[in-house]
Design a protein around this ligand. Structure first.
Ligand SMILES: *Cc1c(COP(=O)(O)O)cnc(C)c1O
Ligand code: SF4
Length: 398
């Protein structure tokens, strides 16, 4: 049974109507209806699924941490009879979220200490992370910003737009602005456009990107009108967030194609999660399916040390093993860079399998994906101290 379900994950299918057998397609395809009809309560959940005790207690506790919310579109991906369903683990709270370990933090990437202006994280020299909202279409239980996202937790996000724009105008070293949150695609087209227009008016800002899970949680939001608006602000790139191949439904594929057709280059950021995508076969299906949707796998994140996430944590050695199983075995474009966002605020650090066996001033010794060993000289250029050999030009021209 495991095998046949694994095989089907590589095809693009629809899960509609699923748990909503009576819904009119016109309503279903309306992103506002999807948002209004999100699953947010224990009673709604129990209408559709038999919850475990761990889940039921998790839901009851989620109210003062990270809210429960799942769009009907995404909820339909949950397999009713599989308690270990990889979609379920991402969005249904569990009691383990209230467990804490001494390594865990509410702000694992040290964002709050790198905010010169509320809502603007300036950690790297030439680019900023602009947290424009605290709302998402659905909430991921492992969210690195669960301290502010959803409005239920200990902290609130108070983005000061005017102050942020002024900071960006003054800081001419910033050439790249990444809109995130929360999810900027929950704004109306007009509101989002006003932000993009304002950023585009700043001459030194060359590159805009939006980090969004809306194409996955709420593909109905990717309307032709939205795409037509976005393409006025190029170069505009988008990073989406897909963790499991089942998330790539027909509807999601079509939404991603609309964005790609509007000239928006697409990347994907996955989080390595226990019981979701922590095996090489699932990850290979995922990255190959992403290429079919014209999305380039960008980062694979080691889970941040977010409070209450240890049940989803995968050892780094496993992540390296998964990358090792991809490199050389599939299309280079399909392979994301595995990174750890250094705890406390060091930024993203690449983690790679060890392909360098030895390296000094003379040579580097490397191994390939099959384990074969090769040597490459550091000083292998032809020596210039030797005299040039005399060339008989007559020989060439005769
Ligand atoms: C991830 C991140 C960025 C963008 O990093 P890239 O490697 O350029 O994608 C920028 N600022 C912050 C604070 C980030 O966490
Ligand atoms: S979509 Fe992104 S910001 Fe929103 S809950 Fe999920 S991980 Fe967090």
């Amino acid at each position: 049974m495991q095998l046949s379900s694994a095989r089907s994950e590589k095809s693009f299918v629809t899960h509609t109507p699923g748990y909503w057998p009576d819904i009119e397609p016109a309503l279903w395809n309306d992103w506002k209806w999807q948002l209004k009809n999100r699953v947010t309560t224990l009673a709604q959940l129990e209408q559709h699924l038999a919850l475990s005790n761990e889940e039921r207690s998790g839901v009851l506790l989620s109210g003062n941490k990270l809210s429960l919310a799942v769009t009907p579109h995404f909820f339909n991906l949950i397999e009713r009879d599989n308690p270990d369903c990889p979609i379920r683990r991402q969005v249904i709270p569990r009691i383990e979220e209230s467990w804490t370990s001494p390594y865990e933090m509410s702000d694992p990437c040290g964002e709050d200490s790198h905010m010169p202006v509320p809502g603007l994280v300036h950690r790297y020299p030439d680019r900023v992370l602009f947290l424009v909202t605290d709302r998402c279409a659905s909430y991921c239980r492992y969210c690195t910003r669960s301290r502010v996202v959803s409005g239920a937790g200990e902290q609130e996000l108070h983005t000061d737009f005017e102050q942020a724009f002024r900071y960006l105008e003054e800081h001419t070293e910033v050439r790249d602005v990444l809109l995130s949150g929360g999810d900027a695609l929950l704004f109306s087209d007009d509101k989002l456009e006003s932000i993009l227009k304002r950023l585009r008016a700043i001459e030194h800002i060359e590159f805009l990107r939006i980090g969004s899970r809306v194409p996955i949680f709420l593909p109905q939001r990717i309307t032709p009108q939205l795409c037509a608006m976005l393409q006025k602000y190029h170069p505009l790139w988008m990073s989406v967030h897909v963790n499991h191949p089942r998330e790539l439904t027909i509807e999601v594929k079509q939404a991603l194609e609309r964005l790609a057709n509007a000239g928006v280059p697409l990347g994907n950021q996955s989080v390595l999660l226990r019981g979701v995508n922590d095996d090489a076969d699932t990850m290979r299906d995922l990255v190959q399916k992403l290429l079919m949707c014209r999305v380039r796998p960008y980062y694979l994140y080691q889970l941040d040390l977010i409070t209450g996430s240890s049940h989803l944590k995968v050892p780094v050695s496993k992540g390296i093993e998964i990358i090792e199983a991809l490199r050389g075995h599939t299309t280079g474009y399909a392979i994301p860079q595995y990174v750890i966002d250094a705890p406390g605020g060091g930024g993203k650090v690449p983690v790679n399998p060890g392909y360098t066996l030895f390296h000094d001033a003379e040579k580097i010794v490397i191994r390939n994906y099959e384990g074969k060993v090769f040597e490459y000289p550091e000083n292998g250029v032809a020596s210039v101290s030797k005299p040039m050999p005399k060339v008989d030009l007559d020989y060439f021209y005769s």
